[in-house]
Design a protein around this ligand. Structure first.
Ligand SMILES: NC(=O)C1=CN([C@@H]2O[C@H](COP(=O)(O)OP(=O)(O)OC[C@H]3O[C@@H](n4cnc5c(N)ncnc54)[C@H](O)[C@@H]3O)[C@@H](O)[C@H]2O)C=CC1
Ligand SMILES: CC(C)CC(=O)C(=O)O
Ligand SMILES: [Mg+2]
Length: 355
């Protein structure tokens, strides 16, 4: 079994080092090979996703990814920007199903900006479609407005689109995931305005006919954003498109205490997966040794479970994370009065010790 390790930029290198340390401590005899990706790859090779990195990712059984991006690359042509590396990996590997579990650990109930009673015991699963929607739709670009009030003025445009098979396959993933949980799927759309999402909703209803044991609820995305902070425990599985899922999962991360706690798994139809924290490269704290590595460490646990058939090892990592939280250790993002503030490396060391 081979793991491609792609740390990327900013805090990516710091948090992936801790996850690798935890994997090494499990002594599972996996082969791990690292490669540059994102801005680091652009600096070294002139491209954010060099052929050699893509080849390694394709050949690996699983990919452990940090994060890409930095403000200094924001003026590059879009195809050369670091973010194209993660988008390119998702598209090239067909990683259409993104699992973002938002679990509020008992020890972190006080770390959230929400009232404890709203989030205590929270366990919801956001399933985000990851290879379609407006993030990939063509055409896109800049041009002179062809019509309307501002005809002739410079304008920019993107294309939101979903094909029926794309919606069907993510719907099956969501209903099947719900069957293993509390049997409720909330499909988040904007069917009241967007044709793409009326089609999404219609297709969800069609696929749902095959899952009569699962409850299907529909919710507009604006309401979903509100309900997530009003009554988050009313959700079980949330399924939505690429852009809405991107936004709602960052929102849901605060229900867990911090975005530094939200892991993710991005799977293709062969169960090959890319595992990364839901956050980005956090340039504002990069290099300071204060980033929370737990989302990445928990992503490594998801990797062991979903792609490497190592359920027991996955559970060992998850139990170790809970243990360090119970010991009162906290990085700055989840710190609260009466707990002990630690840095990135100390947190990783503590998880290794708690395994
Ligand atoms: N999958 C990826 O590689 C992603 C890359 N990005 C890129 O990351 C860069 C920064 O984007 P932002 O919008 O600032 O989002 P971000 O998620 O990197 O950071 C948002 C805020 O959360 C904090 N934060 C994030 N992760 C943390 C952690 N592990 N521990 C403690 N605090 C943490 C940051 O310090 C910052 O204040 C951009 O270039 C963006 O495009 C953003 C999201 C995902
Ligand atoms: C480059 C972005 C689409 C990455 C992101 O925000 C995410 O995956 O959550
Ligand atoms: Mg995001």
């Amino acid at each position: 079994m081979k793991i491609a390790v792609l740390p990327g930029d900013g805090i990516g290198t710091e948090i992936v080092a801790e996850a690798v340390k935890v994997l090494d401590a499990l002594d599972l005899k996996f082969e791990m090979e690292s490669a540059l990706v994102g801005g680091a790859a652009y600096d070294a090779h002139g491209h954010p996703l060099p052929e050699s990195t893509l080849k390694l990712a394709k050949e690996a059984d699983a990919i452990l990814f940090g994060a890409v991006g930095d403000w200094k690359y924001d003026k590059l042509d879009r195809p050369l920007r670091p973010e194209q590396a993660i988008l390119g990996l998702r598209k090239n590997l067909g990683l259409f199903a993104n699992f973002r579990p938002a679990i509020c650990y008992e020890q972190l109930v006080g770390a959230s900006s929400l009232k404890p009673e709203l989030i205590a015991g929270l366990d919801i699963l956001i399933i985000r479609e990851l290879t379609g929607d407006i993030y990939f739709g063509q055409p896109r670009g800049r041009r002179e407005a062809p019509d309307g009030e501002f005809k002739g003025a410079p304008e920019a445009f993107d294309t939101m689109r979903y094909s029926k098979p794309e919606i069907e396959r993510i719907a099956h993933v969501a209903f099947q995931a719900a069957r293993k949980r509390n049997k409720k799927v909330t499909s988040v759309d904007k069917a009241n305005v967007l044709e793409t999402f009326q089609f999404w909703k219609d297709t969800m209803i069609e696929v749902h006919a095959q899952y009569p044991d699962v409850e299907l609820q529909h919710m507009y995305v604006d309401n979903a954003a509100m309900q997530l902070v009003k009554a988050p425990k009313a959700f079980d599985v949330v399924v939505t498109g690429n852009m809405f899922g991107d936004i709602l999962s960052d929102e849901a991360s605060m229900l867990t205490g911090s975005i530094g706690m939200l892991p993710s798994a991005s799977l293709n139809s062969r169960n090959q997966g890319l595992y990364e924290p839901s956050h980005g490269s956090a340039p504002d704290i990069a290099g300071k040794g204060i980033a929370n590595p737990l989302a990445t460490i928990l992503s490594a646990a998801m990797m062991l479970r979903f792609s490497l058939n190592q359920e027991e090892a996955a559970q060992r990592i998850e139990a170790a994370v809970q243990k360090v939280l119970a010991q009162g250790l906290r990085t700055g993002d989840i710190w609260s009065e009466g707990t002990t503030k630690v840095g990135t490396v100390e947190m990783g060391d503590a998880v290794v010790k708690a395994l």
